[in-house]
Design a protein around this ligand. Structure first.
Ligand code: SF4
Length: 296
């Protein structure tokens, strides 16, 4: 990668971070606005969603972070065969440093042993970059900022489970709903679930997060999972938990479920809970490192 390309790439990534932190994607905004209209006028749920809508508008207009917690910094990157991933990593680190200095990201990365804040969001595991190679000739970068409060209420279940059931779809459904009940309003709901059925403990959680890269209005290509997604949202929204736990009809805005093969001896259901501040964006980059398309 030439110096000119590296400079352009860093600028593109900086803009991707700014937009992700300050502008909620249209597909997410649409479901939040629609949920607000469905809550009763004068209810706490309607009030909470209206405040969220105002927050979304203000953050975009002022180019300021949607939430004080700018979250874990996650990148999901597809690169052509032979692409210099180390140069991409360097550009990403530089962009994250600059985004932190400009206030697009809070100083949010803490040494887990000493408790010291690195001050620039750089350290082991931050930013977290997942590389995948593909045979296309361009780079695709998707990013997500995942808040700590909603990460705290994610959950992982091993089936069979004495209260949730066996290694079947009934057990899976109960496990996912248990995660919603466990979260109550603590994950800054209404939430969006990313779920993985199967895998091991690490791959299950990783896949559950990648499910959150799907758009809110897509349909799962697996008809069984598509039905399960609908049923989870419908049942969760009858729980009465509501936005921020204030009660109401909107506990979940969506649920995205994937699956990985598992060992005969284990059956995990991994649930990543995303808060209303569902910050994800993506870009396609040309070989010069410039943005040619926004993905959401
Ligand atoms: S969970 Fe989400 S909305 Fe709540 S404080 Fe964290 S980032 Fe903000």
């Amino acid at each position: 990668m030439t110096t000119v390309q590296a400079t352009a790439l860093e600028a593109s990534l900086l803009e991707l971070i700014r937009v992700t932190s300050t502008v909620l994607p249209d597909d997410v905004v649409r479901v939040i606005e629609s949920a607000s209209q469905q809550e009763d006028q004068g209810s706490n749920a309607r009030y909470a969603l209206d405040v969220i809508c105002s927050n979304i508008g203000l953050a975009k207009d002022k180019s300021q972070p949607l939430c004080q917690d700018t979250g874990s910094i996650l990148f999901f990157v597809h690169v052509p065969v032979g692409y210099d991933q180390l140069a991409f990593q360097d550009a990403t680190i530089a962009a994250v440093r600059e985004a932190t200095a400009r206030g697009y990201l809070r100083q949010n990365s803490v040494d887990s042993v000493t408790g010291g804040n690195t001050g620039d969001n750089i350290g082991p595991g931050s930013p977290n970059i997942h590389f995948h190679q593909w045979r296309r000739d361009y780079v695709e970068v998707r990013m997500m900022l995942k808040g700590g409060g909603c990460e705290n209420v994610g959950d992982q279940f091993a089936l069979p489970h004495p209260k949730l059931g066996g290694r079947d779809m009934a057990g899976v459904e109960n496990a996912i709903l248990q995660a919603v009940l466990g979260a109550q309003g603590k994950g800054c709901g209404p939430g969006i679930l990313g779920v993985c059925i199967g895998g091991d403990r690490a791959s299950g959680y990783a896949e559950s997060k990648e499910q959150l890269l799907r758009t809110m209005d897509d349909t799962n290509p697996d008809p069984l999972l598509a039905e399960l997604e609908e049923r989870i949202v419908s049942k969760a929204n009858k729980s009465g938990i509501g936005p921020m736990g204030f009660g109401g009809a909107t506990t979940l805005l969506g649920c995205k479920i994937g699956k990985l093969n598992r060992l005969p001896a284990s059956f995990y259901v991994s649930v990543s809970y995303m808060c209303w501040a569902f910050r994800r964006q993506g870009v396609d980059l040309n070989p010069e490192g410039e943005v040619v398309r926004w993905l959401y």
